[in-house]
Design a protein. Structure first.
Length: 328
């Protein structure tokens, strides 16, 4: 016997879709193509993201589909994988699957346009991750534990299952899982700054993953994100209602600055003396050095969305100095 689960429950809040504190961090949808081509899907993503998107046929299947196209977003001469389009296979009943990763979602501002397009396709959301960032640690992993113990994650009279990862004894790089993805709803609370390499960071992310097993995820959740995030668990409505609130500043830019500062620290530690020796040579020019060693591209650990968000060089240097002082 199949047990039906309720669809994600929105909480009435009153804010417009232009004032959302919650961001989309992953999106999977399925739809019947009904004559649409792969090139048309890629062109529509280009329009919605406001930057070129390209596809590369992988020559293999994914998620039960027999074929797939890897999707890339382009920022200047740089590109990054942002998801895939899968197709083919009798078991999929003619549907296609579009998956947009966190890096891809960070490049989308026009979620209203995305919602309207998916509505015309009569698409079905099969996975949707919504997240809220607390850069100054207004809510922490420990707060999530306390909220759980006080019953604020109780749904339908039952406490969801939990799991933990990371170094809990020393309070570093911790993640708390509440619920199960296989049951259609999972909350991850983790120390995002630590994940990026800054162990002094207070940055914590609360992220809900909705799945479509035995439930429908409305396309409205793409634009009215706060309502659905808050409706996942009673505790999450408290987070958004608190005056300190979630961070509204561009967290993608902050992510870029933290990651680049860590790379700058590594560059100094590894090649600082070599650069100093080169600077003592006759005719040395810093611009010439940069051109000699620069390789156009994006480091594996840096999302192109973070680079496109305009990280500040001064902020990168300050964070790198803080990291070096911490090590020393």
């Amino acid at each position: 016997m199949t047990v039906a689960h309720a669809s994600p429950r929105p909480v009435k809040r009153g804010e417009s879709s232009q004032q959302q504190q919650t961001r989309v961090d992953w999106l999977n949808v399925t739809f019947l193509p009904n004559g649409i081509t792969q090139d048309e899907v890629i062109f529509k993503l280009t329009q919605i993201m406001g930057r070129p998107v390209s596809g590369l046929d992988e020559g293999k299947g994914l998620r039960g589909y027999t074929g797939s196209v890897k999707l890339f977003a382009h920022v200047g001469s740089r590109k990054q994988a942002i998801g895939f389009l899968a197709y083919g296979g009798e078991e999929q009943r003619g549907t296609w699957m579009l998956s947009i990763s966190g890096a891809g979602c960070a490049l989308i501002e026009a979620w209203g346009a995305m919602r309207r397009w998916l509505e015309t396709l009569q698409a079905k959301i099969t996975r949707l991750d919504l997240c809220v960032d607390f850069l100054q640690g207004e809510y922490t992993v420990d707060d999530a534990v306390s909220l759980y113990k006080s019953g604020r994650f109780n749904c339908s009279g039952r406490e969801p299952l939990t799991d933990c990862a990371g170094d809990w004894l020393n309070g570093k790089s911790r993640t708390l899982y509440i619920g199960k993805a296989k049951n259609g709803k999972l909350l991850r609370v983790y120390e995002k700054g630590h994940q990026l390499g800054d162990l002094d960071s207070s940055w914590v992310r609360y992220e809900v993953q909705f799945g479509s097993r035995d439930r429908v995820i409305p396309l409205e959740a793409l634009t009215e994100r706060d309502k659905y995030f808050a409706g996942a668990y009673p505790a999450l409505a408290d987070l958004l209602d608190n005056e300190c609130g979630a961070e509204k500043i561009p967290t993608t830019r902050t992510e870029g600055e933290v990651t680049l500062s860590h790379l700058l620290t590594h560059l100094r530690r590894t090649y600082g003396k070599a650069i100093d020796a080169m600077s003592a040579t006759e005719g040395f020019e810093i611009a010439s050095l940069v051109e000699e060693v620069r390789v156009i591209g994006v480091p594996r650990r840096l999302n192109i969305s973070a680079l496109a968000s305009g990280p500040n060089w001064s902020g990168i240097c300050d964070l790198s100095k803080q990291e070096r002082n911490h090590v020393n």
